[in-house]
Write a protein that binds this ligand. Structure first.
Ligand code: SF4
Length: 377
């Protein structure tokens, strides 16, 4: 009899962009064709050398970056081929490609479909060209619209659009206009993150006229309300989807499904071991055939750390966590471990228990950072 295979998620990092955005702290930069070829060779040897995952079935794949659509589509095809030759894929695996306007064309999109990509995530961020310029994005809103239409025509029936709130000089009206304009295009999924000014980025060096906390809170509350009008359901702090079209890759991450990440800065969780690959692209290229040399911060998670992750990752999702599943995994009931925290937030109506699940209320979601931190034992 066939033993059921465990689900596995794969992430592939493509660290190339046309130009660096002013807020970006991801591992990404420009790369000549020769550098990209060398990177491809390194990535393929890292995948070859990885020993994990026999007995698993790939449920989702996510190519992120960087801008995967900035490199030759054939390079992505070869990486996909390598993954397929190494792992068993589920028949309905969700395979996502991150893409940016200004780097897509009909030909490439057809090639992505041929390689098996069935979901595309397009970085729009704003429908206002002045905001896009301020962010240092390489594209205009018109170019986004063109990319979106091309993706639909190429047969992508599962499209995510990324938007960003809390931008310098952004008013609530402008944010709402971005949300409504994108919702009207009817993508299947919208990710709406608020800008975080990361140290070391050009934004961190500038005087930014950022919306105040009160405006940010209002923008956040309006996001869910507006998107609900258009049929999007908030399933996580920053993610909204049409029914049945939540991103399975993200959900797996919050449910602690095992995943392997390839490429510099890619993170992995496998058999309760976490590690992150070096962020240094040139050390990565030199040592990628020997995974032990590129993996950093390798850590075997203790029972307590696993419990903490179960809570603070699971509670990010609006449907929360299963109390029974916690008890099954850890042999203890949630109230026995987190009794005081539960009492405190239930009394404040920020946390609720219903039907065997524990979840943040609407008010709880808007202050989730503080609550989730309280689940660290
Ligand atoms: S496109 Fe994305 S990864 Fe590239 S520089 Fe901009 S924010 Fe960073």
């Amino acid at each position: 009899m066939n033993k059921k295979r465990k689900p596995l998620e794969l992430y592939v990092h493509i660290p190339f962009c046309i130009r660096k955005c002013a807020y970006c702290d991801f591992v990404s930069g420009q790369g000549t064709e020769a550098v990209q070829r060398a990177y491809e060779a390194a990535l393929l040897s890292e995948i070859d050398a990885a020993e994990e995952a026999s007995g698993c079935e790939v449920a989702t794949v996510f190519f992120g970056g960087g801008t995967p659509s900035a490199v030759d589509a054939q390079m992505l095809a070869r990486v996909m081929e390598k993954l397929r030759s190494k792992y068993v894929f589920s028949g309905n695996a969700e395979i996502t490609l991150e893409a940016n306007p200004g780097t897509l064309n009909e030909e490439k999109l057809k090639d992505y479909r041929k390689s098996g990509f069935n979901r595309i995530s397009i970085g729009c961020q704003s429908v206002h060209d002045d905001e896009l310029k301020r962010l240092g994005r390489i594209h205009t809103f018109a170019e986004f619209q063109e990319s979106f239409a091309l993706a639909r025509n190429a047969g992508f029936t599962n499209i995510n659009v990324d938007l960003m709130s809390g931008l310098p000089g952004q008013s609530e009206e402008k944010w709402e206009e971005s949300l409504r304009t994108i919702a009207e295009l009817s993508p299947e999924h919208i990710s709406a993150y608020s800008l975080i000014v990361e140290p070391g980025t050009p934004f961190a060096e500038q005087e930014l006229d950022l919306p105040d906390e009160e405006t940010e809170r209002e923008m956040y509350a309006r996001t869910a309300e507006i998107l609900r009008e258009y049929g999007f359901w908030q399933y996580e702090i920053s993610n909204y989807a049409k029914p049945g079209l939540a991103c399975r890759h993200n959900i797996g991450y919050w449910n602690r499904t095992e995943y392997l990440g390839f490429g510099p800065s890619a993170a992995s969780l496998f058999q309760n071991r976490r590690w992150t690959n070096t962020t240094d692209v040139s050390s990565y290229r030199k040592a990628c055939g020997a995974p032990e040399k590129i993996r950093e911060e390798e850590q075997m998670l203790s029972r307590q750390e696993r419990m903490e992750e179960f809570m603070f990752l699971g509670l990010r999702m609006t449907e929360g966590i299963s109390m029974a599943e916690f008890a099954e995994q850890f042999g203890e009931a949630i109230p026995d471990v987190y009794g005081d925290v539960l009492k405190k937030y239930e009394a404040m109506q920020l946390l609720e228990e219903r039907g065997g699940r524990l979840f943040l209320t609407r008010d709880g979601i808007s202050v989730s950072n503080v609550i989730l931190a309280d689940f660290l034992l």
